[in-house]
Design a protein around this ligand. Structure first.
Ligand code: ADP
Ligand code: ZN
Length: 210
């Protein structure tokens, strides 16, 4: 990971389904920084049937985290690419305190925290569809990705029993990451309200700090 001081690194924290993936795309366009989702990187490996993809698939379909070492290697390769020179937006990383500590050794991220109650999260995730090509999330009433023009699918890990397990993993392993950044510089985003209202709050928080 680069140690350049001018890098703007934004991390999106919050439970699965809290809206990280929804706002990361538009934020990436607006700030002209790449959106790096570790979940999407793993899904690319799964599609390519790579050795990493095979391992990640077992963890993901059970609702568990992929072991830290596998996440680090994949992420370090990605952030070493030239498009990350000015900075990047991380979605789905860090998910453990060990991951947060490794990240903090290299950069000083702006941490945004999307907070949403569990009941809403379960409802949102079990009712959402995803583009199998670009991973953009959609609602059940949509049928095709407006960018890739392919039919939407339900992610294997968006089935209700897996969603419940993911939330459990979130509370035990990722909640401590929120507490870790709360002691530093966490920016809470009240993730209720319209998509546009939330996005404006997110944008303002990044521009104030960036
Ligand atoms: P969501 O935020 O909706 O859970 P993601 O696409 O971010 O979806 O993650 C899907 C799955 O990918 C996770 O449940 C986990 O198995 C794996 N994963 C993604 N990022 C990480 C990470 N930083 N550390 C460990 N596992 C990860
Ligand atoms: Zn798409």
């Amino acid at each position: 990971m680069s140690v350049a001081t001018k890098q703007l690194v934004i991390i999106l924290l919050g439970a699965p389904g809290a809206g990280k993936g929804t706002h990361a795309g538009p934020l990436s366009e607006k700030l002209k920084l790449p959106h790096i989702s570790t979940g999407n990187l793993f899904r690319e490996h799964i599609s390519a049937d790579s050795p990493l993809g095979k391992l990640a698939k077992i963890c993901m379909n059970a609702g568990n985290l992929v072991p830290d070492e596998l996440v680090f290697n994949m992420l370090f390769d990605r952030v070493a690419k030239p498009d990350c020179e000015r900075g990047y937006i991380l979605d789905g990383f860090p998910r453990t305190v060990a991951q947060a500590k490794v990240l903090d050794r290299a950069v000083q991220p702006i941490a945004l925290y999307f907070s949403v109650p569990d009941e809403i999260l379960i409802e949102r995730m079990t009712n959402r569809l995803t583009c199998p090509k670009c991973n953009k999330p959609y609602s059940k009433s949509d049928s095709c990705c407006d960018v890739c023009l392919v039919p939407l699918i339900q992610r294997a890990d968006d089935r209700e029993e897996v969603v419940r397990r993911r939330l459990e993993v979130y509370h035990t392993q990722t909640q401590p990451v929120i507490d870790y950044y709360a002691k530093k510089n966490l920016i809470p985003i009240l993730a209720t309200g319209t998509r546009e209202e939330i996005f404006q709050t997110v944008l303002k928080a990044c521009q104030d700090k960036g």
